[in-house]
Write a protein that binds this ligand. Structure first.
Ligand SMILES: Cc1cc2nc3c(=O)[nH]c(=O)nc-3n(C[C@H](O)[C@H](O)[C@H](O)COP(=O)(O)OP(=O)(O)OC[C@H]3O[C@@H](n4cnc5c(N)ncnc54)[C@H](O)[C@@H]3O)c2cc1C
Length: 266
């Protein structure tokens, strides 16, 4: 059953990333880290994290232009466009109370983290943030994280903004200075592999949000299954604990094509 909505605002965050504010016909009350399936009739349907959810049925999505559906959205969707979504789906992040938390996000992995930081602050957590980008031209959302985070460290791979290096370098720097109860991460999978390894090595709780090709989004089709545990990213995830990921052989290595066959993760 689809929920209808209407775009009320759209803006470029970077050359290839846009934010869309959508007014839904009904309240969906998502948890941070959950996603929706956005259906574009005649084009396709894709999973997207809820980037922000501000009562009054207002949801923000952040969409990077990568292929068929996302290019269509970038080119055709504007204020007033009608949209159709299913969800919210998946498990979402564990929102701790009065805890010391660290968010480590890279590129479009920032999308679910804005809503997460909001909810962590509501629960009286202190939250530090590491945001990693390739260059300063890829940077977005920094001001919004600065409004909420205690400390926000920006890294760029070419050093054109913030500290030169990766989000993992930034995370290690903060872990050396400070103790945390939980690290939350989302971004390129190889980055998350390093984040999870580093946290497990130091005995810090960690949760990562994974991406896989998804068709149904509700645990039936099997296109997002992780070997060897048979976990479905859409239903059992997309958020997994570090302990679980340490047993998932596919993590950081394999991904499934639309026909279910496996290919190496690039
Ligand atoms: C739980 C979840 C949450 C997501 N949240 C966001 C979000 O908030 N913002 C956002 O921009 N993207 C998000 N994605 C990724 C997004 O769904 C894909 O970028 C999108 O499906 C690509 O569709 P397309 O038709 O434009 O690309 P396609 O034409 O299908 O593919 C173009 C390229 O993108 C790759 N691709 C396809 N599907 C995915 C995927 N699921 N993840 C990564 N790469 C993919 C393909 O391998 C190919 O290289 C999320 C994915 C998941 C699983």
């Amino acid at each position: 059953m689809y929920i209808r909505g209407r775009i009320v605002k759209d803006k470029f965050l970077t050359f290839s990333v846009k934010a869309y504010e959508i007014e839904l016909e009904k309240d969906i009350m998502p948890k941070p880290g959950q996603f929706v399936m956005l259906w574009v009739p005649g084009v396709g349907e894709i999973p997207l994290s809820v980037a922000q959810y501000i009562g009054n049925r207002l949801m923000e999505l952040v969409i990077a232009k990568v292929g068929k559906v996302t290019t269509y959205i970038h080119e055709k969707f504007k204020s007033g466009t009608r949209v159709f979504i299913r969800g919210p789906y998946g498990n979402g992040f564990t929102v701790l109370k009065k805890a010391k938390c660290l968010i480590v996000a890279g590129g479009c992995g920032l999308a679910p983290m804005l809503y997460l930081i909001d909810k962590l602050i509501e629960q009286k957590c202190t939250v530090d943030v590491v945001l990693g980008f390739k260059t300063r031209y890829d940077v977005f959302y920094v001001d919004r994280f600065k409004e909420l985070g205690r400390r926000v460290l920006i890294t760029t791979e070419d050093g054109s903004m913030g500290v030169k290096g990766t989000a993992v370098d930034g995370m290690i720097r903060l872990l050396e200075e400070q103790e945390y109860d939980m690290v939350y991460t989302c971004g390129k999978e190889l980055m998350m592999v390093s984040v999870v390894k580093e946290c497990l090595k130091r005995g810090i709780r960690v949760e990562a949000s994974l991406e896989r090709y998804m068709k149904c989004g509700i645990g039936i089709c099997g296109s997002c299954v992780l070997d060897p545990l048979g976990l479905r990213v859409c239903k059992d995830g997309p958020v997994f604990s570090g302990e679980i990921l340490s047993k998932v052989e596919d993590f950081g290595k394999y991904w499934r094509n639309p026909d279910g066959s496996k290919r190496a993760l690039s």
